[in-house]
Write a protein that binds this ligand. Structure first.
Ligand SMILES: C[S@@+](CC[C@H](N)C(=O)[O-])C[C@H]1O[C@@H](n2cnc3c(N)ncnc32)[C@H](O)[C@@H]1O
Length: 257
């Protein structure tokens, strides 16, 4: 515990205490017949987070929380492992595994330093997990190390534009104007009782992903389906139907270096 980076220690305590607020949504997502993503529940058919041929793919979910994404992968025939920094989140995940009769390894740990050998996986995924709460300068090279050449990484997080429009009080919704500088954005700790998040510009994502051995295949700017609502206070559907509130990066590890 003491050798964990400060933001990982802080986020462990934060998510252990926050876990109970994620039980109901975990249960709902585990019950779902087909995957849907992010705060607007956009169907998989519109976003394509998963590779088409899941069967037999060695996969890892980085920051799995209640592990419903891992459960969807397992149902699709993938060999999946979930890693999460919060034991309390993993407790919910383990209970839901038992209730649904789906078993896969769940590791309590930091996605910036995963206890698996190089080239163990074909696919890595994160939905508001490590891609938001871990330092991209650490978790992106780590995801690359874990993947085999040609392996894929897909992650969904808050759109950079949304972050530029966020007031300091994260219980308030995004404004229709720029409220914080783009240059230098990286670590954000909201005032009050909050976790430590990481947000970087598109230029910084592209540089980091390429330097870590990835080719970028697609950047999806997520649009909520008609009439979609969210329980999260930080953005309204009026805002999100005009500008991207979430983004999905799909990248593939180069065959060589
Ligand atoms: C919002 S949940 C993501 C799970 C799920 N997809 C969801 O949207 O509810 C965020 C999760 O990221 C985990 N997390 C935060 N930092 C992490 C890290 N460094 N390594 C692994 N997991 C981490 C938290 O413990 C938490 O369970």
């Amino acid at each position: 515990m003491t050798d964990l980076p400060e933001h990982v220690r802080h986020n462990r305590a934060y998510w252990d205490q926050k876990a109970r607020e994620y039980v109901a949504s975990g249960e709902r997502h585990w019950r779902a017949e087909s995957p849907s993503w992010g705060i607007w529940n956009v169907p998989e058919s519109e976003i394509g987070m998963f590779p088409e041929d899941l069967a037999g793919r060695d996969s890892i979910e980085l920051g799995c929380g209640t592990a419903y994404v891992s459960a969807w992968l397992a149902r699709g025939g993938a060999n999946v492992v979930g890693i999460d920094n919060s034991e309390a989140q993993l407790e919910t995940a383990r209970r839901l595994q038992r209730e649904h009769g789906i078993d896969f390894p769940l590791i309590h740990g930091n996605a910036e330093n995963v206890p698996y050998p190089d080239g163990s996986f074909d696919f890595a995924i994160s939905e508001y997990g490590a891609c938001l709460w871990a330092d991209p300068r650490r978790w992106v090279p780590e995801a690359s190390r874990l993947l085999r050449p040609g392996g894929r990484l897909a992650f969904l997080t808050n759109a950079f534009l949304l972050m530029l429009c966020m007031p300091d009080d994260e219980t308030e919704a995004a404004a229709n104007r720029l409220l914080r500088p783009a240059f230098g954005m990286h670590r954000i700790a909201w005032p009050g009782d909050s976790g430590v998040e990481f947000h970087i510009s598109h230029g910084d994502w592209i540089r980091l992903l390429r330097r870590s051995g990835f080719e970028i295949e697609e950047l999806v700017e997520v649009r909520p389906p008609d009439g979609a609502t969210t329980r999260h206070p930080f953005v309204t559907s009026e805002w999100a139907t005009q500008w991207p509130s979430e983004e999905v990066w799909k990248v593939r590890k180069r065959q060589r270096g």
